[in-house]
Write a protein that binds this ligand. Structure first.
Ligand code: DQQ
Length: 462
């Protein structure tokens, strides 16, 4: 491990090789299912990046399936790897659940989702890249339902269940969501697509989960998006913190529609949620695009991380989602370093000592930072210009080094001694009407001196 200082301590990682997964969302839209053709509120939520593929909870066990290359630390030979956990922190790696070995998936078992059918039977819907490199949707079922580890999976003899016909481009037809059941008893699923140069969430319906018919209208499409990868569609309680099952009909909910667009993305890519029926929460996983130059990845022997799983719920305004690390993470806290009442003058830096070198040497460990800033000059906050609608853009313009009236202030993580390398998480406060708006940015532009790496700036506002 001394040779691998950047392997993580409790972010999920396979022991070696490439992983991509299931989680990011550039654009979370929320709408109410009670309205037919409901109005979509684009809220450009927290921006993230990840690729998990079908997480779920079954008979006391958390399952994480993810996109995996069993042979190398670069993308290829895509397989559904399978790990299980009892606490979402410590993981046991099992045999791969799905390998590309049938005509309908011989070129890869790509992303998909799990769904619980009646009687709590979990099934997998996934995209296969077939003998002609066409993307098709397939079904797999557990061999032995009484095995809580669900080690063996059997591919359906009906595969493929959905093929790219009627004008669907076979290169842009993938990543089925968790299916949900409507009041009419029909199952529905979304499949990501690109048609006429923009992104779509194609809707399919089925009575028996084997025969699927494409609906005339997509659930949603947007000319502002490219191919929809790893769409996710799920309800969130309007009033309350509990998560709800994807097919839930009996509670007042709004629905979240998320898709990932590969031309640009944020903290996690290809994110995916699942409903934890034990603790009644909805948990979101994301693939953190952790990769170096290909030669470096091959040398280090691994690439890709999962985000820390986080509970997701609707914020008080009803327009934003709130995410928070699952409570299990807090139980991992060991050393505690705290201080109070430190005054920070403009341009000054306060070093937090006592949590770094030793741990970093052993593992690339986590420091959970809880910090409150008391601002004496809030009244001086700059007026927010009406054109500053996109927090992502604003963060890249108002970088950590652009001085404002209130901010930037925040945290310099992984800073080198001379500050030439640092990852900055910073805040700026603005006024808009009679309210304060807080802009939160994560600025990777100085994270590494190495050229040619992805160094993004992400942003969100409250
Ligand atoms: N990766 C998968 C695709 C998906 C993309 C292939 C998301 O199914 O669209 O590994 O990262």
């Amino acid at each position: 491990m001394e040779q691998q200082p950047y392997r993580t301590a409790y972010h999920f990682q396979p022991p070696k090789n490439w992983m991509n997964g299931l989680l990011y969302s550039r654009n979370h839209s929320i709408y109410s299912l009670s309205t037919p053709n409901a109005e979509i509120l684009d809220i450009n939520l927290v921006k993230m990046i990840t690729s998990a593929t079908g997480p779920m909870y079954y008979k006391g066990v958390y399952h994480l399936f993810y996109q995996y290359n069993p042979y190398a630390s670069i993308w290829g030979n895509i397989t559904w790897a399978h790990s299980i956990s009892y606490d979402l922190v410590n993981w046991i790696h099992l045999d791969n659940a799905l390998s590309p070995d049938e005509p309908f998936d011989i070129n890869g078992c790509w992303s998909g989702s799990t769904t619980f059918l009646l009687g709590e039977k979990p099934v997998i819907l996934y995209t296969g890249s077939d003998t002609m490199n066409r993307q098709v949707q397939n079904l797999a079922e557990p061999k032995n339902l009484s095995d809580p580890l669900l080690i063996e999976w059997v591919k359906s003899s009906h595969n493929p269940l959905m093929a790219p016909v009627d004008g669907i481009d076979p290169k842009f037809f993938r990543d089925p969501t968790t299916a949900w059941q409507g009041p009419d008893g029909l199952w529905r699923v979304l499949v990501g697509n690109q048609m006429d140069g923009h992104g779509w969430g194609l809707l399919y319906r089925s009575r028996d989960f084997a025969t699927w018919t494409r609906s005339k209208e997509p659930l949603h499409s947007s000319t502002r998006t490219g191919m929809w990868e790893c769409p996710d569609f799920y309800p969130v309680l309007i009033d309350g913190k509990d998560g709800v099952d994807t097919s839930s009909l009996d509670k007042p909910t709004k629905h979240v529609l998320k898709a990932s667009f590969n031309d640009c993305d944020h903290y996690f890519y290809a994110s995916k949620t699942f409903f934890d029926s034990d603790k009644k929460r909805r948990i979101l996983w994301g693939w953190i695009l952790e990769f170096d130059h290909t030669t470096d990845d091959i040398e280090k022997g691994w690439s890709g991380l999962q985000s820390i799983p986080r509970s997701i719920l609707l914020g008080k305004t009803g327009k934003q989602l709130i995410q928070w690390p699952v409570e299990e993470i807090e139980k991992q806290h060991a050393e505690n370093v705290s201080f109070k009442n430190k005054e920070l003058k403009g341009g000054s830096v306060l070093e937090v000592s006592g949590i770094t070198a030793f741990q970093i040497w052993l593992y690339f460990s986590i420091a959970d930072v809880e910090v409150s800033f008391d601002l004496s000059n809030l009244k001086e906050a700059e007026l927010m210009h009406p054109s500053w609608m996109d927090p992502q853009l604003l963060c890249s313009q108002k970088t950590a080094s652009v001085e404002g009236n209130v901010g930037p202030f925040g945290i310099l993580a992984f800073a080198s001694k001379d500050f030439t390398e640092q990852t900055t998480i910073f805040f700026c406060v603005f006024r808009s009407n009679d309210e304060y708006v807080v802009l939160m940015c994560s600025d990777q532009s100085r994270s590494s001196l190495r050229e040619g790496l992805k160094k993004e700036t992400y942003g969100a506002s409250t």
